[in-house]
Design a binder for this molecule. Structure first.
Ligand SMILES: Nc1nc2c(c(=O)[nH]1)N[C@H]1C(S)=C(S)[C@@H](COP(=O)(O)O)O[C@H]1N2
Ligand SMILES: [Mo]
Length: 188
């Protein structure tokens, strides 16, 4: 049933994960895939023949919500000036709120599994994302984040200005973010 709904949504074109201005003009590549328990999708299943990185990390989905760089840059941008790594130099990161990005995908679960290009993975509760203004940074000191550096996108937390985050470790500061799965946390 779920599969049929996904196919219908894709056929009718009702699902749109990227804004009308930057969706499919062919000038900005997709950099982020949100999949799992989400209500809005705009692409179909993983193609093992042409999508090797998903395969390498064992990611499999029937449908997902895609974001290209421009569509993320079109969202309201927020700036966080903070040390990274912890205790290191202050850098100025900017990008959309992760919660604004998630809202487009319509999450149904309560936890994220965030995966980076190097295979580093963290589970993060959606409540925590909404309680703190964590951004999906696209720029550092005004320059777009590149692959090989912290790009294509990086989770940056306002640990300098949000007392509840003061001194938090770097564990949940993933650089190289390219995929986010929405899941329901298993009951303890
Ligand atoms: N993609 C990715 N992001 C990551 C990590 C990582 O290994 N991979 N390590 C985290 C941790 S524990 C720290 S201390 C900082 C710096 O880690 P690094 O020196 O391995 O880059 O990045 C955080 N973000
Ligand atoms: Mo670390």
């Amino acid at each position: 049933m779920r599969r049929i709904l996904i196919v219908l949504a894709l056929m009718l074109g009702v699902a749109a994960c990227q804004g009308p201005t930057s969706g499919s003009d062919g000038t900005s590549g997709d950099i982020l895939t949100i999949y799992g328990e989400i209500g809005t999708v705009d692409r179909g299943p993983v193609d093992p023949a042409t999508e090797p990185l998903f395969g390498a990390f064992g990611m499999d989905f029937d449908a997902a919500c895609l974001f290209n760089w421009a569509s993320l840059d079109d969202l309201e941008q927020h700036t966080i000036e903070t040390d990274f790594p912890l205790g290191g130099p202050i850098r100025r990161f900017s990008g959309p709120l992760l919660s604004d990005v998630l809202d487009i995908a319509n999450p149904r679960g309560d936890r994220l599994i965030v995966t980076a290009l190097d295979g580093y993975q963290r589970e993060i509760d959606i409540d925590r994302v909404r309680q703190h203004d964590v951004i999906l940074a696209l720029r550092m000191n005004g320059q777009p984040l590149g692959i090989g550096g912290f790009g294509p996108a990086m989770l940056v937390w306002p640990r300098g200005s949000d007392p509840a985050l003061a001194g938090m470790s770097d564990d949940d500061w993933l650089w190289g973010v390219f995929a986010i799965e929405v899941v329901t946390a298993a009951a303890d």
